[in-house]
Design a protein around this ligand. Sequence first.
Ligand SMILES: *Cc1c(COP(=O)(O)O)cnc(C)c1O
Length: 370
Amino acid sequence: MTVPFVDLKKQYQSIQPEIDKAIQSVIDNTAFVGGPYVKAFEKEFAEKMGMRHCIGVANGTDAIYIVLKMLGIGEGDEVITVANSWISTSETITQAGAKPVFVDVDEYFTIDVRQIEGKITSKTKAIIPVHIYGQPADLDALNKICKARNLILIEDCAQAHFSEYRGQYTGTFGRASTFSFYPGKNLGAYGDAGCIMTNDDCLAEKCRMYANHGALKKHHHLIEGINSRIDSLHASILSAKLKHLSHWNGLRGLHARRYTNSLQGINEITLPKERIKSVHTYHLYVIKTKRRDELKAHLEQAGIETSIHYPTALPLLPCYQYLGHSSGDFPVAHANQQEILSLPMFPELTNEQIEFVSESIRTFYPLYGA
Ligand SMILES: *Cc1c(COP(=O)(O)O)cnc(C)c1O
C-alpha cells in the first residue's frame, strides 16, 4: 500500500460529472474573466459564511496584500502576526510597506495571545492571526486586545474554510478575512485563486476596485490598482466544490479522530490538541515527535508521504535575518520546527490507509528504541 499526502485526483473522480459540467459551461459561454460565474461563487460563499461581501481575487496572498493596502496600512506601520505560518502572511505585510512583528505560538500552533501585548507599539495597526492547520486561533482574546488597543483584526483563513469558534465560522470575526483556494486547501480550485470576506461595505468596494485596476466600471479608474482577479473557470469549479465542503470537512474530522485513537498511548508523540468550543477542520493533521526526521524517513520507506508545515519558523528564515531574531525569541515555534510532522490528510483517505499509517508509526518506536 502507498499513501499519498493528498490525492486531488480521487476528489475529482468522486464528483467528475459536476466538475466537467462546471468547466464546459464556462467554455460554452466564453465568460473567462469576471461575469456570472464569479458573481455566483462570490454570492454563494458569502451567503454560506453569513457575510455581506466576498471578493474573488487571484490567490490568497493577494487577498492579504489587498486588504492591508486598502486599510491604508503601509510605511511606518507595524502589523503583528504569528511565527508559524506560510510566508504569505508576513511577506504581504512587507509588500504593503509595513513591518511584520512576529509572536511565538501556543500549544495549539496558533498565535500566543499572552505575548501580543508586549509586542504592541504606537506604530501597531493590525493583527493577523492564522487559523493554522484548520485550528481557530484564540479569537476571544484577539477581539479583546484589538478592541482595547484600537487595532484591526484580519483573519488569515487560508487553512480554515468553515472552521468554527464558539459556533461561528472563522473569517467572520475580524474587519476582514482572507481565503486561499490553492488546489490542496480544504476548498481548492484547479490553480491559484483566493478571496476576501468583509462586512465593511466601504472596504469591500475599495478591495474590489484595487484588485481590478482601480476601476469598478470599465475604463473608469479612480485609483491605480493591480490585476488580481479570480478566473471564471476557478469560480465555476469552486461553486461545484462548495456544495461538498461541509461533508469533506466532516470526513477530515473523522480521519483525525481515527488517527488520534490509533496513535494514543505512544509516549514519544504528541497528538494535535483541539481548542475548546471550536471546530478544527483538519486541513492538516500535525503530530510532534523528537525523532521527526527518522520517523519521516521510516514512513517514506513504507510508501507513506508526509510533509512539514513549516520546516523553519517565519522569523528565522533568511529573508527576515534583517530583523535580528534568534531562535530564543520564539522558543516554541523553534522547537516545533524540528518536531512537527504532517500526516496524510484528505477527505478521500480510507480507513485502511489510516490504519496502515498508524501501524507504520507504531512499529517505528519499538524498532528504534526510546
Ligand atoms: C496557502 C496560504 C496562503 C496563501 O495562499 P495562496 O493562494 O497560495 O497565495 C496564505 N496564508 C496561509 C496560512 C496559507 O496556508
